[in-house]
Design a protein around this ligand. Structure first.
Ligand SMILES: [Zn+2]
Length: 246
């Protein structure tokens, strides 16, 4: 028996209202920028939700005002990809793990306020992912998927809503590949708006890496560029021994 018939994987391109959770300014662009642009251009309302202020992402120990610079870069990059809005959760960069309850509350609250049909976030189970903010936010969004529809869970975070489905970017086990041939250049252009993050030679290297990766993901589909995700529902995310290979 095919278990996927009982619990089908949703079609990501059907999403009408999307929240794209990003640990730092720029992660949405790296992981899902072309797909988010494609969704926006087809009429979906796409909101960037950036969890941290990005105040630590530099090797320059005198970088004052970095959070403000990165906020400006993020607003421009998101809008260039068709974002409806950028929302900031206001946590301190590199400290998302410090208070998992507060992070989970903030994520549940914004889901209940904006009622997305789909949410994006980093895959917290990516092997060798060492950045604690990526793991913390991925776990918080995954947990929130299980809580948003329970009125007695985080009752102060607003009335319960239907659980959205989740699309993990930066995943080692994708189950969904999206043709992004038409929006891929916009993704690279948006990424380069994060000037504080991609100084030479990293700017060229990351564009080359993302392009080669998008080409190899597109090859089996017969398309020029693709992005890959692990798309799951709340039912996949609890007590389900088949999810890892869904
Ligand atoms: Zn990041």
């Amino acid at each position: 028996m095919d278990l996927s018939q009982i619990l089908p994987i949703p079609n990501l391109l059907d999403a009408k209202r999307v929240l794209a959770f990003s640990p730092h300014p720029d992660d949405n662009e790296v992981g899902a920028g072309a797909t988010l642009a494609k969704l926006a251009s087809s009429g979906a309302e796409v909101t960037w939700v950036v969890a941290s202020d990005g105040s630590v992402g530099t090797e320059d120990d005198r970088a004052e005002g970095l959070a403000q610079i990165r906020q400006t870069e993020q607003e421009a990059a998101a809008r260039s990809l068709g974002a409806h809005a950028v929302r900031w959760l206001g946590f301190t960069d590199t400290h998302l793990r410090d208070d998992p309850g507060a992070l989970e509350f903030a994520v549940v609250a914004i889901m209940r306020e904006l009622r997305p049909t789909a949410v994006f976030c980093p895959d917290p189970w990516l092997p060798y992912e060492a950045h604690p903010d990526h793991r913390a936010l991925g776990h918080a969004v995954s947990t929130a998927i299980l809580m948003v529809n329970f009125p007695l869970a985080h009752p102060d975070a607003g009335p319960a809503v239907q659980a959205p489905y989740i699309a993990y970017y930066g995943t080692a086990w994708p189950n969904t590949t999206i043709d992004v041939s038409e929006t891929f250049q916009a993704k690279l252009d948006a990424l380069m708006m994060h000037k504080s993050q991609f100084l030479p030679p990293l700017d060229q290297k990351i564009q080359m890496y993302l392009t080669l990766k998008a080409m190899s993901l597109g090859e089996p589909l017969g398309v020029a560029r693709a992005e890959a995700f692990k798309v799951l529902t709340n039912h996949h995310l609890h007590f389900n021994v088949d999810t890892w290979q869904s």
